[in-house]
Design a protein around this ligand. Sequence first.
Ligand SMILES: [Cu+2]
Length: 378
Amino acid sequence: MLLRTVTVSFAVLLSTFVGAASIEERTSLDLEERSFNLPGLCLKPEKRREWRSLSKRERADFLGAFKCMTKKQRNGKLSPVARPTDIPPVNPNSSFMDDIVYLHMDLNHWVHFTGLFLPWHRHYIHEFQRTLRKECGFKGTLPYWNWALDAADTEHSPIFDSDPHSGLGGWGNPEDDYQINDGALGDAIFNYPVPHRLRRRYTLQAFLTKNGSPFYTNPSINVNETYTQAEVDKVRYGFRGDFHGMQSYLEAFQGMHSAVHNVIQGDLTGLCPKGSNVTVGCTPGPKWTPNDPFFFLLHGMVDKIWSDWQNKHPENKYAFEGGSVQMIQNTTIFNQYPTGAPPNLHYNSVVPMAGMFPDTRVKDVMSTKKGKLCYVYV
Ligand SMILES: [Cu+2]
């Protein structure tokens, strides 16, 4: 018992230094692995597979469960914690899925461009999978989208499939606010920021649409230049021991994560539906992006890249650092703190889920094969 107390205190002490640790110190944090002491054995990890390697039936299972969530009653557990002023209030006439989306809206400023980005989205999509199973009978495992396969010609990728049961649907109708009307979710209603159907608009020069924002220093590039296989490999095989560098590159305004959100536009990039604007509770941003099932496939890929990186070198495995305060007021301050300003996060920092899912701690999601997580990407 005494030994356990000492180990835990040591872990806490050690973890408080993570933010400012040098590479040598970070490497020494591998020691922490031994004190994680997570319950549960992961002998048979689940396999998360690329969308196209799923059978038609497996795709329909995922999309059917997703659709079921959009029709299911709220469970009453949503309890916003960050309460930013730039999102609409909770809509009592919304769905269980809408509450899961609201959770992402509520925590937008805490989980993007901070050290929580990777751990939070790992936990979020894992809990979403668990909820799909529990609430809507999902039998499978969360799929991911290897966007590099589609970098050359995203517009015509077979992943945009119209099948009413197994298809993710295609691009939206320009005459109708780019709302889609095909695929398994073509008629699903999403209530944030205002009730609407999913919208998608293929946009190769999406950075040009940012209205001269100084965060887009090279706005005329085609977004697909950033999510090629070579770019993906640069992240997962580079940045040895450098969590901060790896996350900064992956999450950059003109990096692959942002680019993939932006090439699809519409809900996935957080645009306001037609007819809504600031006066009816809509300011655009990475808020209701989980409306689109592509969000979960896309973040599966982000998580896979992190996982591949973690498995590449021993010093990557438990590397973690980052601040808790998003700094996107201007480019100068952002360039200083692309993954958040102090107070710094550490292994024991809370990964909040606003009542919808259980909160967890960073250390609980540092490995995909420890504690409550037990999966690999294939
Ligand atoms: Cu997000």
